[in-house]
Write a protein of this length. Sequence first.
Lengths: 49, 374
Amino acid sequence: MDLVFSPIDLDAQARLREAFDPDGLLNPGKILPEGSRCYDFDAVANLAS
Amino acid sequence: VTSPTLSSVLDNLPHAAGTDLAPDVPAVAPATAEDVAAVMAAATREGARVMVLGTGTHQGYGYPVAPDVVVATTGLTKVVDYEPDDLTLTVQAGVTLDEVAAVLATEGQTAVLPEDAGTATTGGVVAAGLSGWRRRRYGPTRDRVIEVELVTGDGRVVHAGGRVVKNVTGYDISRLATGSLGSLGIITMVTFKLWPGSSHTATIRVDAPAAAAPAFRPLAVLEEQAGVRVLLGGTDREVAGYVDAIDGKASEGLDWPDPPSGAYQFVMRLPAATLAAGVALIRELLPDAAFVAAHGVGDVRIGADHVEPDVAAELRSFAEKHLGSLVVADVPDEFRAGFDPWGALPDAMDLQRRVKAAFDPLGVCNPGRLPGRL
């Protein structure tokens, strides 16, 4: 997925998923890679620093 | 780094003519998605309401928007990519339907967009979810929007879908954006899947919709006050065969009906099987109105110089009883004040709210336009 979509595109899809499945219970990780949200990217950046 | 204020962002962008609907607010016409994004990001920071405007041909839908700024897509005028062999066309949102038709005419192809909205923009037609009369043959516009670039309410530039016709990657945000009426963001670019045009076309005037039965897949079967016309497209042999088989007065070419005009315009949607009863009711209640009813689809466009609120309410009640709808396309302000433009609320309003919030967290995009004043 991250070859096709930018982090912003994936984040938009993740937000849309949250509208339908706020708790992430339905097939988590099936369509969107784990860590698709912008804050996940931020978290990774913070870990590195 | 301090973020720029909305007013400083607007100062650096080309000004647009704006709209009579919001005459006293600044109007800009950015030429790039990045500039649109800068406006939206600043608008979200400052809580400023944004009205999205194309050429303003379909602004009568929904509740009125009272904006602080108007963002017109009319500066987004590039034809980005045309691949006749792949049957795809990518245009910026401000390209009009007439311009699309001119580009595609060179290869005899069609994007099957509404036949009578030449000055409307592609972005506006997609945002309004409009399909043309040929929906009976080709399905709705929604099914041909295979890629969008959408600037969200908080200024993210999101790409969804792709230019490959059979691309199925990710959630179908392109279809979600189609018909969203600028409530999720501003569509800045669209890719359409195309169809080859018909080598031969004909229009046959008949007495009743049932007369169209010999045609396997007519482009449209349209009923008006004055009668019914069957519009055909295909190979020479195919069309000639149908012209022979259908009892009526045939002419060459596609003779589309005039769009129903008048200060009062409605769109009624019914299950196809209920359409005949709906047309009978329109004839009874609005004998002087113009209408075009698309048989096999279930859409009726109605135009009249005057409609009483109780008559509109009776038509809506009929439509909703049959799981259809009657929505306002355009009416005078005084009528709008007493007649809901949408009718019955959709199910799951909380879900609708969450979907809007996923794209437009502060609700700055066309606020209040959608059912439930989302």
